[in-house]
Design a protein around this ligand. Sequence first.
Ligand code: IPM
Ligand code: MN
Length: 352
Amino acid sequence: MNLKIAKLAGDGIGPEVIEQATKVVDAIAKKYNHTVEWTEALTGAAAIDAVGNPYPDDTHEICMNADAVLFGAIGHPKFDNDPSAKVRPEQGLLAMRKKLGLFANIRPTTTFPSLIHKSPLRRDLVEGADFVCIRELTGGIYFGEKGRKDDGKSAYDLCIYSWEEVERIVRLSYDYAMKRNKKLCVVDKANVLESSRLWREVAQSIEKEYPEVETEYLFVDAAAMRIIQWPKGFDVMVTENMFGDILTDEASVISGSMGLMPSASIGVHTSVFEPIHGSYPQAAGKNIANPLGTILSAAMMFEYAFDLKEEAKRIQDVVNQSLEEGAVTVDIAEDGKALSTSEVGDWIASRI
Ligand code: IPM
Ligand code: MN
């Protein structure tokens, strides 16, 4: 198969971790007789510096023409502390999500046996936890009207969803649950928010079509609590954009390292695969960042974008091997025996 992949490294540690995923993808291609056509494109602060736009038209064109997008991270401290900045790197990510129609962000939470002791939660709570959060990604408060009133002394962000937007993500989540353990938890705040009441109404109307799936409705505050109290109780969870943003950061610590968590964003056009961690500017250029989240995102790319499950499994198996044998970066290494970012990439690529 010929795999056309757009490579958007972005900011901070993005380029370093993307480089390792590139080695791994190339190694897989060699082993399984695929050819890869990589096209690099600018995004984030790097794109603002170069052309004044965090998601330039050229980049969008490249993404539209690719079979999949591998994305690093975006964000730069020089924008974080400047609330008046007119263009921000994050706008690039949001523009990409909107323009590619990436309405479903799939974020798995799994545990790795050799890392369980790194989890802040007790072993008996964490061992065997395996759930997926499906976060709506192109609607809600992120994209609703926002602005200032009263001479700038008041501000608002509108949370708005249409029936169709909710329906497509809820359906996707039911289909996803059918392929897993047939449990779906719909997370909202229907006791307070009208937009959440719409979510619940839509979900209840679709629930009937999936009698095999056990549906549960949970308010987001209770869901936040349950994620750390009893993570094993979840199978598939679906929620709106900002609740999903918050809950998936919370869920990411269960595994013991956020640096390991991959994600897939799928929808209307080309799918995007990216680690859930940010640009981690403190580590940029130091060759210490954990590349496994990006490498596992590449595994998701083989599964979701190319339907190449064996290739995906091979990557996951070798990542597990690297964890078991301690061929890992400083964030998870034991007794000071850490490898660098590029050494982990080489280790995995060579074993593939
Ligand atoms: C994420 C990030 C983004 C988000 C930021 C960088 C805009 O936190 O992908 O979870 O809030 O969606
Ligand atoms: Mn986030």
